[in-house]
Every structure is written in C-alpha cells, then in structure tokens.
Design a protein around this ligand. Structure first.
Ligand code: RAM
Length: 338
C-alpha cells in the first residue's frame, strides 16, 4: 500500500516535471515574452489594479505572458529572493515597485547582465539598477499636494502627523521630503508636523500606528497617509475611535477601498492616480525594451497603446500625469474603476 503510494508520488513528480518543461518549451517556440510585475508586497489592492493594467496591455500587444509576484511583507530581502529566482528562470523582463532604492541594485544589475530588461515603476530603483523608472507623477507635486489637502481640511491650523508605508520606501520618502518643504511656507505657520510613523504597508501595523498617534497627540488635527494601505487602516482606526471630524484623514487612497470613508466624512478628500495605467504603461515599456525597438535612452519616446506614448527624461525617469483628487462628489464614479 505504502509502496503504491510512493510510486504514485514519484510518477506524479516526474510527470509534473516533464509537463512543466513542456509548457515552458511550448512558450519558447511560440516566442512568448515572459514578464513579471514585482510589487512591494502581496495583498495590496493598489497593486492588484496595477496588474490588471499589465494584463490589459499584454492582451493588446499579444505574445506576452505577464505574472504577478511579490513578497508577503514589503521588504527588500523578499524582493531580492524573488529576483534571484527570476534570473534562474530567464524571464525576459521585470517591472519592480521597489522596497528600497539601493538595496536591490546588485541583484537587478545581475539580472540585466543576464539579458533581462529591468525597469522600476511606482517606487523607484536608483540609476544603475534599472533601465527606466516610471513615476506616476512628479514627486514634488504629489508631496506638496498632500500638505495642501490636509491644510484645507484643518483650516491651516493644528498638529498633523504622517503615517507612511515602510521606512525605506523610495516613493513615500520622496513625497515626505516634499511635504516637509511645503509646510515651511508661511501660509502653514499655524500647522505643525509632529511625527512621521511607518505602518509598512501592513494593515494591522498601520492601524496600530494610527491608534498610537491619536493617543500620543490628543490635539492631533489630521493624519496624512501617502499610502493606500495606510490610509484605509487609518480611516478605520479614526472611525473606530469615534474621532471622525475630530482627526481629519487624508493621503493617497484607492477609491474602491475608501468609498465608504469618503461618503461618511472620515476622509473628506484624498488623491491618487490610476494604478491600472501604471501597470499598462510598464508593460508597453518592457515590451519595447525586450523587442529592442527602444533602449530607454534619454529623449526616447516609447509607444504606450491607449496612453499614446511616454518620454524618457533625465536619469531615465518617465512621468505620467497629475493625481486626481477624490471627494464625495466623484468617488462613486472612480470607485467603479479602481
Ligand atoms: C501603496 C504603496 C504604493 C503607493 C500607493 C500610493 O499602495 O505603498 O507604492 O504608490 O500606496
């Protein structure tokens, strides 16, 4: 009985191995390009929407297999491990939303040396560790707008705090630097940024950090969360604490996740760009790099389907559009899309 079971097990392993090899070869014959959308961490609705965009572009372009991957927690180590595996698998391209702007460079350099096209999007890798970096919008504009949104909600008065993603996140750190610049302006002289805390894009940690902020600063007037995960958790924490309308909540939020909190007044306004477009454009860029129709040099214009085209600027940066601002008047319309 036991022997029979062992045989079945071995046979199925052999079969799976052959089968896996077969599909891989079949893909190679067909000439499918294999690309991976490597995100900060799994279980984040923002990145689910990014991948939807990648699938949409892959469907339009044809001959591309796109796969969605990410570590369980938003760490550079987790992403490095995945990239090592992808090098061994010889995928054709990887688009990475990085958990650290520098820590990934050695492994992405290794990937590029092996012929894999590597780009970063959303949260960048520094020059040398990727071909281009696709930014949702200008970092200065995003950062300054976050302070403006909070100021409008608090009548330009009182203590505010920032609840961010991870302490190493490239994108949030850039935005926070610009927030600190913006708040120096005389028109915010009655506002004070008391602390920046990190929820690591984990809902439970973000929730706990939001609760701690409210306890530590009884006069807190607003929490700015430049992360969709942090914003959702903070809105929950503020509402559970009965502080809706006392502690204003704003930041960067996914309309589909935040709709209820926008409508009930917990978060009266927030901003974001379209994550679907980010994944869609990343896929068009990777396709052009893999095809060799473009090498991502400064000044290059890369065709991007329904987004028309994107232009490579200094340091390999590519900027998309300006963020939308959501409030109770437009939230339902956007919540239906992303
Ligand atoms: C979270 C992630 C992502 C960021 C958005 C706004 O989903 O941290 O990197 O761009 O928020």
């Amino acid at each position: 009985m036991k022997r029979a079971l062992l045989f079945v097990l071995i046979a199925s392993l052999v079969f799976t191995g052959l089968f896996a090899q077969g599909t891989k070869e079949a893909a190679a014959v067909k000439g499918d390009k294999e690309i991976v959308i490597l995100v900060k961490s799994m279980g984040n609705g923002f990145f689910d929407a990014v991948f939807k965009g990648s699938q949409e572009a892959a469907g339009e372009i044809g001959g591309i297999k796109t796969t969605y991957m990410g570590p369980p927690q938003a760490t550079a180590e987790g992403q490095i491990e995945i990239i090592e595996t992808l090098i061994a698998q010889r995928v054709d391209g990887i688009a990475i939303s990085a958990n650290d702007s520098d820590a990934l460079i050695p492994v992405t350099k290794k990937a590029m040396a092996a012929g894999i096209k590597v780009i970063s999007f959303d949260s960048g890798i520094n020059v040398g560790g990727r071909i281009v970096d696709l930014l949702p919008s200008n970092a200065e504009l995003i950062g300054r707008q976050q302070i403006q949104l909070a100021a409008e909600l608090t009548n330009y008065t009182g203590d505010i705090a920032v609840l961010s993603a991870s302490a190493q996140a490239t994108n949030q750190n850039l935005w926070i630097d610009w927030m600190k610049q913006e708040i120096k302006d005389a028109k915010y002289s009655k506002m004070k940024l008391v602390e920046v805390v990190y929820g690591d894009d984990a809902p439970d940690k973000s929730y706990r950090e939001a609760v701690s902020l409210m306890q530590k600063y009884p006069n807190l007037k607003a929490i700015i969360c430049p992360t969709t995960v942090g914003l959702l958790a903070t809105a929950q924490a503020v509402k559970d604490a009965g502080k809706t309308g006392v502690v204003e909540v704003t930041g960067l939020g996914l309309p589909s996740e935040m709709k209820g909190y926008i409508l009930d007044g917990t978060c009266r306004q927030m901003a974001l760009w379209n994550p679907i477009d980010l994944g869609y454009t990343s896929t068009y860029i990777l396709n052009a790099l893999i095809d060799g129709t473009n090498n991502g040099a400064v000044g290059d214009v890369i065709p991007a389907g329904r987004m028309n085209s994107v232009k490579v600027e200094k340091d390999g940066l590519i900027y998309m559009s300006t963020p939308y601002v959501f409030n109770k008047d437009n939230i339902e319309q956007f919540a239906a899309i992303f």
